[in-house]
Design a protein around this ligand. Structure first.
Ligand code: AMP
Length: 208
């Protein structure tokens, strides 16, 4: 039988997903110390480690049956996937932050640096505010300090990263972000038996 392929977003989500999947009896132990290896075959499963933004793409095109990815990534681009389960890991929020003590000037067009241009655009548009968005791929915190942008839109968990870079949270866009188990809409039906088993096992750990 073809293996059930699960794509994990690398980094914090993968780290938190491994103990959860292990508890559910899904053999993800090799993902603890993956080294440079990105693909792991373990009995009925194939696991892949992928950059978060690419996980929904692999699932959408059927290169993975299931994915584990943050709601932030799912909100940024709608890939029309099934969201099967809130895994309650990778919990954080999406916020606007700027240099501590700085008042964001509301009269002029703000420049916002972010890796979430759609979430940012929709949020400010919903408040009748025009913004100029600068897309970045990392180290967002540098943008206000370096004078690249007035503010940033980024994930905040403990708030430590902002504090250590002289920034403060000024508005919360999404107060609860967590990671989801997502499925390709067609493969969900084709591989339903094994997918249902994965969901059942994870759900029983989450409800414990
Ligand atoms: P913190 O310092 O705990 O507020 O974490 C903020 C830093 O971690 C920022 O660089 C965020 O982009 C990143 N971050 C926070 N939560 C997550 C998450 N759930 N997934 C991935 N990155 C995150």
């Amino acid at each position: 039988m073809e293996k059930l392929t699960i794509a994990f977003a690398k980094g914090r989500i993968l780290e938190e997903a491994v103990p959860l999947f292990e508890k559910a009896g899904i053999p993800v132990t090799p993902l603890k110390n993956p080294g440079r290896q990105l693909i792991f075959d373990q009995d009925k499963f194939r696991f892949m480690i992928i950059r978060a933004a690419d996980v929904p793409v692999f699932v959408k095109y059927g290169a993975a049956d299931l994915g584990v990815v943050g709601k932030d990534t799912l909100l940024e681009n709608d890939f029309n996937l099934f969201e099967l389960l809130d895994l309650k890991i990778g919990v954080c929020r999406i916020s606007v932050a700027t240099i501590s003590g700085r008042r964001i000037d509301r009269e002029r067009i703000l420049r916002i640096a972010t890796k979430y241009p759609n979430i940012t655009k929709n949020y400010f548009a919903g408040r009748g505010k025009q913004v100029e968005i600068i897309k970045l791929y990392g180290s967002m915190e540098l943008a206000p300090v370096a004078g690249l942008a007035d503010a940033i839109v980024d994930l905040v968990s403990t708030g430590r990263t902002l504090r250590e870079n002289g920034l403060e949270e000024v508005e919360i866009i999404e107060p609860y972000i967590s990671s989801y188990l997502v499925a390709n809409r067609n493969l969900f039906y084709v591989r339903n038996e094994l997918i249902a088993e994965v969901v059942r096992r994870l759900r029983s750990v989450l409800e414990d």
